[in-house]
Design a protein around this ligand. Structure first.
Ligand code: SF4
Length: 357
């Protein structure tokens, strides 16, 4: 909540919320132009708009655009293009990371990248394989700080972004207000104007959060859940959040989520050889998918484990990845293999969060 003497950062407001806060009757077009300018150019200059001087001064006193400062960027070349991780400093000195992930393209031109954004500073889910989880939760990010990562990526760094993935530091459903506020801005036709299908929320699986996400009514929004284990025992070891909500309850919550017939659930499985690829693991995964989604309406993203600073295993080799893929397919599971991008940058899955040192 902004203090009374602080200006409101427009990056956290949908056009409607901004116009309501501006309270300038009959000036919707001029306000809309100023709003578009914020996202196109990172500027908010009411003096340049077709409104009375006094009203412009009031707007200038009330609103501002504040992007996080880019502290550093590291890049790594890969087969699909450049993966880049940006370290951003927020107004209170906290730091978050966002990652530009190249996506597959068909024509000669590179496709716009996906931006993996953080939703919290740190995370309290304490997943054993994750750098952010080791730090614990410092605080939630406000909508403008989530959208600010996109604004900095586009306007400060010049990155071409076509998709947003809530898969950086933090559990987005543990910061529902921040997530919902950011989604409203990302989807605003006068602002970033993303299509719902280009936004993905990735969660450990918090049933209340899943139900609240559904209540937003975003029928084409993508949802991904991190499974990472074939049974409750191992999942609770790797992902302590599972102790409160077991696989059965999680699958039941996911069953209730779809808002359209062809909704397809993504199930992320971080492959840690010797930990979660034991005999019969594929059957556990297949059983979860059957419980969580109608036939053919869920698939597994198999993600090779990226050892972090306190590794709990090693990265799988090609043969281990192929073996798990083959077993999952034989168990009737649709599998997509996600090649690790940015492993050398500590920018791959589970590696964000080392922002202090
Ligand atoms: S994997 Fe995600 S939910 Fe788990 S600790 Fe890391 S940031 Fe949090």
């Amino acid at each position: 909540m902004a203090k009374f003497d602080e200006r409101v950062n427009i990056l956290g407001l949908s056009r409607r919320a901004y116009e309501e806060a501006a309270d300038l009757e009959g000036r919707s077009r001029a306000l809309g132009r100023l709003y578009r300018q914020v996202f196109a150019e990172g500027r908010f200059e009411p003096g340049s708009a077709a409104i009375a001087k006094e009203a412009a001064a009031r707007l200038a006193a009330r609103f501002e655009v504040r992007l996080p400062a880019v502290e550093s960027v590291v890049e790594e070349e890969g087969p699909l293009g450049t993966t880049a991780k940006a370290l951003l400093r927020l107004a209170d000195g906290e730091r978050v990371e966002c990652v530009r992930i190249p996506t597959a393209h068909r024509g000669p031109e590179p496709a716009p990248a996906a931006l993996c954004v953080s939703s919290q500073v740190g995370c309290r889910m304490a997943c054993a394989f994750c750098e952010s989880g080791r730090r614990g939760l410092a605080r939630n990010l406000r909508p403008e700080e989530i959208v600010g990562q996109y604004a900095a990526a586009r306007l400060s760094l010049g990155w071409d972004i076509g998709k947003i993935v809530f898969m950086g530091m933090g559990e987005p459903l543990d910061n529902f207000e921040g997530l919902a506020g950011a989604l409203a801005v990302f989807l605003d036709a006068s602002g970033p104007a993303f299509a719902q299908e280009n936004l993905t929320v990735c969660t450990v699986g918090l049933p209340r959060g899943i139900a609240r996400l559904k209540s937003l009514g975003l029928k084409r929004l993508n949802l991904a859940v991190s499974l990472n284990a074939p049974d409750d025992g191992l999942r609770s070891e790797l992902m302590p959040a599972n102790r409160a909500v077991g696989l059965e309850a999680l699958a039941a919550a996911l069953r209730l989520y779809p808002q359209r017939r062809n909704f397809t659930l993504a199930v992320n499985y971080c492959l840690i050889p010797g930990r979660n690829d034991g005999r019969g693991a594929e059957q556990g995964v297949a059983a979860f998918l059957r419980a969580a989604a109608p036939p053919g309406r869920a698939f597994v993203n198999l993600i090779p484990y990226n050892p972090g600073s306190a590794a709990i295993g090693r990265a799988p080799n090609e043969a281990e990845i192929e073996d798990m893929t083959r077993r999952l397919l034989a168990a009737g599971v649709l599998v997509k293999l996600r090649s690790p991008r940015g492993r050398g940058l500590m920018a791959a899955c589970g590696q964000l969060g080392r922002v202090k040192g």
